[in-house]
Design a protein around this ligand. Structure first.
Ligand SMILES: Cc1cc2nc3c(=O)[nH]c(=O)nc-3n(C[C@H](O)[C@H](O)[C@H](O)COP(=O)(O)O)c2cc1C
Length: 336
């Protein structure tokens, strides 16, 4: 007998797919989603996901092993599709028999889905449009995350509420869809479940959990911030199609504008390829996020955060956060 029967029933397909008590994923957050937070999420009945980010295969290998030492529950690994060693990283996942791989950051390159399915792992994909979602689900994606522009980190242009209305009626009968972006309370979870989602993914709400290794200054910046402080970066040069990033406003936001000008200049003078220009931008983000999360430089680093940051008020254990979300969802469903 579960404490949250109505929510658990609506999450049933998501829970079965993830192998968890609750169909709540903690989305991968570079530097934040490492062994401690990931294992805490999974131990609390959610689904933790290691953020591989720019890690080398050796580092990923060590991180998976260390996470396994801290939890016997299922967890996943998030790989960025444009990582130059994507296929080596997939091999590392295969060696560890990782059960779920999340492919983020763009269209999965040819052969990547097949390489993951070859060791029987489930593949979770992101898709910004319905047409691409259908294509990825046809070509081997086992589940889909739709993520709205309220989210922290790299974002698309469309809000979660609109994506949910576009994707869920069309896909939820035959496919597993998780909703992400802007979720801070369980009432929102209940709403998306009723629309056909099988679960949800949150990042911002978990970033400052007690078990998160984020620097105390990073956490304090989250506790102080409100929704309107979490702004999307702007594109300064139309030739450089940078993916917008939502983060708390600080000096780092201005540095990013300067970085874009510098990289756009390289396109002119050194004739570097567009893919190289984009990689430079992504390396910039990885470095800036590290400065904030690990070093606590909240002025110059990147404080990636979603609009739900205003609902993050204090450090709380992961189990309490998950308990609150489930209780709020259950209470909302009970009122229907
Ligand atoms: C600090 C931070 C870092 C993130 N890094 C990544 C990442 O490396 N890869 C990724 O796929 N998503 C990343 N995300 C997005 C999260 O996985 C998640 O989808 C998102 O936070 C959900 O929206 P929410 O922030 O509104 O809860 C990041 C988000 C935050 C807040």
């Amino acid at each position: 007998m579960t404490t949250y029967p109505k929510t658990a029933a609506l999450m049933a397909r998501g829970r079965a797919f993830l192998g968890t008590e609750h169909a709540i994923l903690c989305g991968a957050m570079s530097w934040v989603s490492e062994r401690n937070l990931v294992s805490a999420i999974s131990n609390a009945g959610g689904f933790g996901v290691i953020a591989c980010g720019a890690m080398t295969p050796e580092l990923l290998d060590a991180e998976i092993a260390a996470t396994r030492a801290l939890t016997s529950k299922p967890f996943g690994v998030n790989l960025i599709t444009m990582h130059p060693q994507l296929f080596e990283l997939i091999e590392v996942c295969a060696r560890h028999s990782v059960g779920h791989v999340v492919l983020a950051g763009g269209i999965p390159p040819k052969g990547s889905l097949e390489a993951i399915k070859a060791f029987d792992a489930k593949v979770i994909v992101f898709a910004p449009t319905l047409a691409l979602a259908k294509k990825l689900l046809r070509s081997g994606g086992d589940a889909l995350v739709i993520e709205g522009m309220e989210a922290g980190g790299h974002i698309g242009p469309v809000s979660t509420s609109v994506l949910a209305q576009e994707f869920l009626p069309e896909l939820s009968a035959d496919h597993l869809v998780f909703v992400a972006g802007g979720i801070g309370r369980g009432e929102a979870i209940a709403g998306y479940l009723e629309m056909g989602a099988v679960g949800v993914q949150l990042g911002t709400r978990f970033a400052c959990a007690t078990e998160s290794i984020a620097h105390p200054e990073f956490k304090k910046a989250f506790f102080r911030a409100g929704a309107r402080d979490a702004v999307a970066s702007v594109q300064v040069d139309p030739r450089l199609p940078v993916i917008p990033v939502r983060a708390l406003k600080n000096k780092g936001t201005e540095h990013f504008t300067a970085k874009q000008r510098e990289v756009a200049g390289l396109l002119d003078t050194d004739g570097i390829e567009m893919i190289e220009a984009q990689l430079q931008i992504e390396h910039y983000w990885a470095g800036a996020l590290r400065r904030a999360v690990i070093d606590g430089d909240i002025e110059n680093g990147s404080l990636m955060a979603g609009q739900s940051v205003g609902m993050v008020k204090a450090e709380e254990p992961v189990a309490d956060i998950i308990g609150q979300l489930m209780a709020e969802s259950e209470a909302a469903l009970a009122r229907r």
